[in-house]
Ligand binder design. Structure first.
Ligand SMILES: Cc1cc2nc3c(=O)[nH]c(=O)nc-3n(C[C@H](O)[C@H](O)[C@H](O)COP(=O)(O)O)c2cc1C
Length: 274
C-alpha cells in the first residue's frame, strides 16, 4: 500500500533528527566549502525608520536570583493588558538576539544566545500593541545596531494577532508579540543539507532566553509554535521561501490573581481525567 501524505510527512519530520548520521549518496560540499560568498550576518533595514533602543538596563528591576528565575518561569496566557516600557522591550530584545561582538571582519555574530556555527539565521519581528513611546504596529529588530524599525500600522491589529497565531485569541492582550523568522540560507551556506535540524534546535535557545528574561522583570510570555506562517509572512513582507515566520512569543503584563484564569487553559486535563 502506498504511503499516505500524513505518513510521508511524519517520515520527513523524523528524518530531520538523523542530521549528521544520515548518509549522503555522494560526497557533499556546502557553499562555504565551495568558497561561495557568505550571506549577510543580519538582514538589512527594510525602511529608513530606525529607532535607537536604550541599552543601559540599570534602571530595570531585574530579579537576579538565578534559581528563582528558573523556578518561576512558566507559560503565561492571561495578561493584564498594561503597557510595558521601551526599556523593558529593549532588554528582551537584547537578551534574545543582542549582538555582543562580531567574529573576524564579518564572519559571525556573537550573540546573547548560542547558535550552531554562530550562523544566527533568525530575524525578529514585533507586533507592538502597548509599549510606552512606540506607536502600535509592526516592527523589525536590527540587531547589529540594537535598533528597531517601524514597518507599518496593522489594520484590525488585535484580530490579526490572534489569526496569525492560529486563532489563539488569548494572545491578543499581549503588550507585544515577538515573531521569529528563519533566513534559511544564512545557515545553509555553511551547513547545507544539515542546516535545518540545527536551526530548529537553535530556536529553543532564543525563546528560552525570552522566557527567562521576561520572568526576570516580572512579565509573562508563552512560546507559540502554532503560527499561521502565511498570515505572518504577508504582514511582515516575507516571501515564505527564503525567509518565513515559524515561531512566536507573546509577552504581556501579568498578575498573580489571574492564576485561576491561567489554570483554566488546562481544565480539560481534570475534566477528562487525564
Ligand atoms: C516549541 C513550543 C511550542 C509551543 N507552542 C504553544 C502554542 O502554540 N500554544 C500554547 O498555548 N502554548 C505553546 N507552548 C507552551 C507549552 O504548552 C508549555 O511550555 C508547556 O505546557 C509547559 O508549561 P510551562 O511552560 O508553563 O512549563 C509551546 C512551547 C514550546 C516549547
Amino acid at each position: 500500500m502506498s504511503e499516505t501524505w500524513i505518513e510521508k510527512r511524519i517520515k520527513a519530520g523524523r528524518a530531520l533528527f538523523h542530521n549528521f548520521i544520515q548518509e549522503t549518496e555522494e560526497e557533499y560540499f556546502s557553499d562555504q566549502d565551495l568558497k561561495k560568498p557568505q550571506p549577510p550576518l543580519a538582514k538589512a533595514p527594510m525602511t529608513e525608520t530606525a529607532i535607537d533602543l536604550p541599552s543601559d538596563f540599570s534602571a530595570l528591576a531585574i530579579e537576579n536570583d538565578f534559581l528563582r528565575v528558573i523556578n518561576s518561569r512558566k507559560s503565561h496566557r492571561v495578561y493584564t493588558d498594561e503597557p510595558i516600557t521601551l526599556l523593558q522591550l529593549s532588554y528582551l530584545l537584547w537578551c534574545t538576539q543582542g549582538v555582543k561582538s562580531v567574529r573576524g571582519r564579518a564572519y559571525a555574530t556573537i550573540r546573547t544566545v548560542p547558535g550552531g556555527g554562530a550562523r544566527h539565521p533568525f530575524e525578529c519581528y514585533l507586533a507592538v500593541r502597548k509599549v510606552e513611546g512606540l506607536r502600535p504596529g509592526l516592527y523589525h529588530y536590527l540587531p547589529m545596531k540594537h535598533q528597531i524599525e517601524f514597518l507599518r500600522e496593522a489594520d484590525g491589529f488585535e484580530e490579526w494577532i490572534g489569526r496569525s497565531l492560529a486563532e489563539q485569541r488569548w494572545a491578543e492582550k499581549a503588550s507585544v508579540v515577538f515573531y521569529y523568522s528563519c533566513v534559511f540560507y544564512r545557515a545553509e551556506w555553511r551547513y547545507g543539507i544539515y542546516a535545518h535540524p540545527t536551526v530548529l534546535i537553535d530556536s529553543g535557545h532564543v525563546t528560552e532566553n525570552l522566557y527567562l528574561a521576561a520572568t526576570s522583570i516580572g512579565l509573562g510570555s508563552c512560546a507559540v509554535a502554532a503560527v499561521d506562517a502565511n498570515a505572518a509572512d504577508d504582514a511582515f513582507g516575507l516571501d515564505g521561501v527564503e525567509e518565513t515566520i515559524f515561531y512566536a512569543m507573546p509577552v504581556g503584563t501579568v498578575a498573580a490573581k489571574d492564576q485561576e484564569a491561567e489554570d483554566a487553559f488546562y481544565a480539560f486535563v481534570r475534566e477528562e481525567g487525564l
